[in-house]
Design a protein around this ligand. Structure first.
Ligand code: ASP
Length: 340
């Protein structure tokens, strides 16, 4: 499989971190560390690889939307030079980056595998070695062609992934879509059919990062209209509203409902996702949800909050107007939602 060429992009995160007086922090020279701690990557059965290391490595807690657009552009501009890409990233916002890449790379048709680890490669016992080896070996099979997350015992569709565990080595889950691959003694590939990519909506050329802010708000008992108003006053172009269950909120509070309607009428896209880990939004199931739909709230179906947030961001970057954004948010653009 040495005929495959893989670009490993080190953006930061625990995998390459070293201990400092203030705790783990990103460190340069991952290539040297891989040479010492992961000689398996030089084995003849592995694809050839090259490392691209960011000058400014991040704890992914510090990642901003700008970083997704930069990464998409680095991957896109190197598309013809490599058969696959591995992105080494911190776990805290890995699901946002994987989701964003799926929208920003459009119909890329090459594997982009986002991975990281819970324990740094420099530690004697770590999950960095197995995660990187799995990513390289699955690339060697030639069977994946989309943005994925490889972590622990699974490979998930990138835009279906969410971080669910802060300490276990299986840190991620894909609550509403089956794993693409189960990693056991062999790779077990799921029969998930072909990936629907709406190339007519998604751009194949990553656009520049737009100047827009999107808020993620969790609905809670007693949530007030003032909170919605305050977000809208900041100039936010969108709100991902993490509703209860299948999409309800305290809509008996007329001022709360009024604030949502005002926001939506003023052009703020409000997308409902569920704060439950599993299941889908169905706004018309309860009258408390119908009121949201009547106020202009858009259904995000079974998208993760990370997918809804990054999708909204990407649609703004494509220059779509509000009605087109509302329509596209409810469509399956690249496997991120199920709406039938
Ligand atoms: N704080 C780290 C990061 O997200 C956590 C990790 O990588 O696991 O960069």
């Amino acid at each position: 499989m040495a005929d495959r060429r893989v670009c490993i992009i080190h953006t930061g995160g625990t995998l390459g971190m070293r201990q400092t007086g203030a705790g783990y922090a990103p460190a340069q020279n991952l290539g040297e560390l891989i040479g010492q701690r992961l000689p398996e990557l030089a084995s003849a059965s592995m694809p050839d690889w090259e490392l691209v290391e960011y000058d400014e490595l991040l704890d992914s807690a510090n990642a901003r939307p700008h970083d997704w657009y930069k990464l998409a552009s680095v991957i896109h501009s190197n598309r013809d030079l490599y058969d696959a890409f591995i992105v080494i990233h911190g776990t805290d916002t890995l699901a946002y980056t994987a989701s964003a890449l799926s929208f920003l790379l459009g119909d890329f048709r090459k594997p982009v595998i986002v991975t990281g680890s819970q324990i740094p490669l420099c530690e004697i016992r770590n999950d960095a070695q197995s995660n990187l080896i799995s990513a390289m070996q699955v690339i060697a099979t030639g069977r994946l062609t989309e943005v994925c997350v490889c972590f622990g015992r699974h490979i998930f569709r990138g835009n279906r992934t969410t971080k669910v565990n802060a300490i276990e080595l299986d840190a991620f889950a894909s609550p509403n879509f089956l794993p693409l691959v189960e990693i056991g003694t062999n790779f077990h590939f799921s029969e998930y059919g072909s990936l629907p990519v709406r190339a007519d909506i998604l751009s194949n050329q990553p656009p520049p990062c737009p100047d827009c802010s999107i808020a993620v708000l969790q609905v809670f008992p007693g949530m007030s209209a003032a909170l919605i108003d305050a977000i809208v006053e900041t100039g936010a172009c969108g709100i991902v509203l993490r509703c209860y269950g299948v999409g309800t909120a305290p809509t008996a509070d007329g001022s709360f409902l009024g604030a949502l309607k005002r926001a939506s009428d003023a052009g703020t896209a409000i997308v409902a996702v569920s704060q439950c880990t599993e299941g889908s939004v169905a706004l018309r199931r309860y009258s408390a949800g119908s009121a949201l739909a009547d106020a202009g709230v858009i259904s995000g179906y079974d998208m993760t909050a990370e997918a809804a947030f990054t999708k909204l961001h990407a649609l703004v970057s494509f220059g779509l107007d509000i009605p087109a954004i509302a329509q596209a948010m409810q469509q399956n653009l690249c496997g991120e939602l199920t709406n039938d």
